[in-house]
Design a protein around this ligand. Structure first.
Ligand SMILES: Nc1ncnc2c1ncn2[C@@H]1O[C@H](COP(=O)(O)OP(=O)(O)OP(=O)(O)O)[C@@H](O)[C@H]1O
Length: 617
């Protein structure tokens, strides 16, 4: 872009946004082009990792909202998680702009529910409502509530009978095919007899007519509403003539058809995303369907091809992973230490990986709190989370740490996992001599995992109710807190029917840590919390969209893991493989350092990884 032209555009944008010109001076030509792009045609901004999508999208929406002159129609800015929606809102807020009526910013689901499902679903399915309230209640897929038994089906499979919950399967929008997100159930429901198919459909319809739906049912119903009641589609198109969709590679088939329908009504659809980062196959999201939509609907394609997050060594590995021929410019300079490292581990030193990683970070002045250990699945992580770190804690300390994580108002998924792990371990120590399976929150043999998790949650809530860490403003000492802890555990134990151990036996196992009677519990908890956060170990899924300083990506020990072994990530070499896209998301998170930890490699594997760009140090 010509220098003068760019200056003029930036000046114009800064006037509208009422911000200083310098605030915008970093923007690249591609970014400025997109922000200034006059949207008369639907578009797709195809952006590589770290290219500033979120930044650019928030600026663009901010600008469009400030230019908007209509009162009864607005722009919808949709994304897929609540945290992504609040990130967009806060970036827009930096320009002293809020997105409020007539505009909408939020998740795709919340938008569908507010404008399609809740106003019209009761008419579609004939739900009479309760006490004048006709809204549909959303039930999580994994919910196992008692009332769901009313909607269960008993089907035949390979000569056996099998119970299946109504939340475990879904229908296509024409209601002619059934499927499940659970691979095992998917095979089963797809092979059922006509009689069983009808039974599944009957139970699903009964569930919906009683005012319930899973998130997927809700999407299906929204599509049904738009097809059946064409006036709803017209009204919605008038209400939101422009829709921006962030992370568009995550659009499900239902959602794609909904936006396709709206586009037919004249809505401008602007998608922003990266198909190489699509990792929602478990929800049957297929990025090739999105790409088909782009080509069939004639979306104008724009690009962001500079990576502002990572250095060249990291960017090159990411590019090699997906076998891309596209040139991606890395804007971050190379560090003085190696930026892409390979570590081989053995069975014996696997557990030392977090320590080795922390030490390497500290030695190279990298921020431990802004770094993470990543793995595909929780199995690999269970060795790091709440286990090795907290190995030396006594039961009271385990419960304290678990309680702190459980009640953290800004609790992340990994905090919840660690809380369950810590409290589960204490419960297992107290009632079962510590003989539990540490992969399943120390669940002892003979107890179902779901029951065990429920029990941990009940104990956590009991602690939350009875064991505050402060009395008014005054933090409690260990000698005071242990008394509250014992009262809470005694009450819990009186209702806990899974262990033969009595409270009298277990109370001896609840002790103040050595020489800590006068120490404030808040001191211990914050010290530990810091220690925990310094070793954040989490799944690749949960860091999607994040920027980190350094990443240790851990391969599973063997190929038995589904997509968690390095050979799944590298040897595939095709972005059509979701395993490869997982590796791509993980490897594209760090700014300065990427370490890959694998089990001992064969010569040929080692040579491949070195060729990819990793160094052995
Ligand atoms: N023009 C720019 N100059 C310098 N830094 C930039 C520029 N644009 C974006 N950045 C920075 O680059 C980093 C990555 O940006 P952002 O998180 O928006 O990327 P993204 O495209 O959403 O990445 P991903 O898809 O990988 O999650 C952020 O720290 C952002 O502030």
């Amino acid at each position: 872009m010509e220098e003068n032209k760019k200056k003029k555009i930036l000046y114009k944008i800064s006037r509208i946004l009422k911000c200083k010109l310098e605030t915008l001076s970093n923007l690249s030509d591609e970014q400025v082009f997109y922000i200034n792009f006059y949207c008369l045609r639907s578009s797709f901004l195809d952006a590589c990792p770290g290219s500033g999508k979120t930044e650019v999208l928030s600026l663009k929406c901010c600008l469009e909202v400030l230019k908007w002159r209509k009162n009864s129609s607005g722009i919808a800015l949709l994304t897929f998680t609540k945290s992504a929606a609040s990130e967009l809102t806060s970036r827009i807020g930096k320009f002293n702009t809020t997105i409020s009526y007539p505009h909408f910013v939020g998740t795709f689901d919340s938008w569908l529910h507010a404008y399609i499902l809740q106003p019209y679903c009761h008419d579609l399915v004939g739900y009479g409502g309760k006490n004048g309230d006709k809204s549909i209640r959303i039930i999580e897929d994994d919910k196992n509530a008692y009332f769901l038994a009313n909607y269960s089906s008993i089907i035949s499979y390979k000569g056996k009978t099998l119970g299946i919950r109504v939340t475990q399967y879904h229908f296509t929008s024409d209601w002619k095919e059934v499927y499940s997100y659970d691979e095992k159930f998917d095979v089963i429901v797809k092979s059922v007899s006509e009689k069983d198919f009808n039974q599944l459909k009957e139970q699903k319809l009964k569930f919906i007519k009683d005012g319930f739906a899973t998130y997927t049912d809700a999407e299906c119903l929204c599509e049904n509403i738009l097809t059946r009641f064409s006036f709803v589609k017209r009204l919605l198109a008038k209400r939101f003539p422009v829709i921006y969709i962030d992370e568009c590679q995550d659009l499900s088939e239902f959602q794609l058809r909904i936006i396709e329908g709206l586009q037919d009504e004249g809505v401008l659809i602007h998608c922003v995303g990266d198909p190489n980062q699509a990792i929602y196959k478990f929800r049957k999201v297929d990025p090739s369907k999105f790409l088909n939509f782009v080509s069939q609907s004639g979306l104008q394609i724009l690009k962001l091809s500079n990576n502002y997050r990572s250095n060249q060594a990291i960017v090159s590995i990411c590019r090699e992973l997906i076998n891309s021929r596209k040139e991606i410019v890395a804007c971050r300079s190379m560090p003085s230490h190696p930026a892409t490292i390979l570590w081989e581990y053995t069975e014996n030193d696997f557990g030392d990986l977090p320590k080795r990683f922390s030490e390497f970070l500290t030695a190279n002045d990298l921020d431990v709190n802004k770094s993470a250990i990543l793995a595909r699945g929780k199995n690999t992580l269970s060795y790091f989370n709440g286990y090795s770190e907290n190995y030396n804690l006594n039961n009271a300390e385990l419960l304290l740490q678990g309680l702190v994580l459980w009640t953290n108002p800004s609790r992340r998924t990994e905090d919840l996992d660690s809380a369950l792990q810590l409290i589960g371990r204490a419960l297992c120590n107290l009632g079962f001599g510590g003989l539990g399976n540490r992969r399943n929150q120390f669940c002892p043999d003979g107890i179902r995992r779901i029951i065990w998790r429920n029990q941990i949650a009940i104990l956590a809530n009991q602690l939350k109710k009875h064991c505050p860490l402060v009395d008014g403003e005054q933090p409690l000492k260990w000698s005071q807190w242990i008394k509250l802890l014992k009262i809470a555990v005694r009450e819990y134990w009186s209702k806990f029917k899974y262990s033969t151990t009595t409270y009298e036996e277990i109370k001896l196992k609840l002790r103040v840590p050595n020489n800590c009677g006068e120490v404030l519990v808040t001191t211990t908890s914050s010290r530990r919390r810091h220690k925990n956060s310094s070793l954040r170990a989490t799944t690749i899924h949960s860091v999607k969209g994040e920027t980190l300083d350094a990443v240790l990506l851990v391969s599973h020990r063997n190929k038995s893991s589904k997509g968690g072994h390095h050979s799944d990530w590298i040897e595939g070499g095709s972005r059509d493989e979701e395993h490869v896209r997982f590796a791509y998301v993980a490897c594209s998170r760090p700014k300065h350092l990427l370490v890959l930890a694998t089990p001992k490699l064969r010569q040929v594997e080692l040579a491949n990884l070195i060729k990819l760009g990793f160094q052995t140090v």
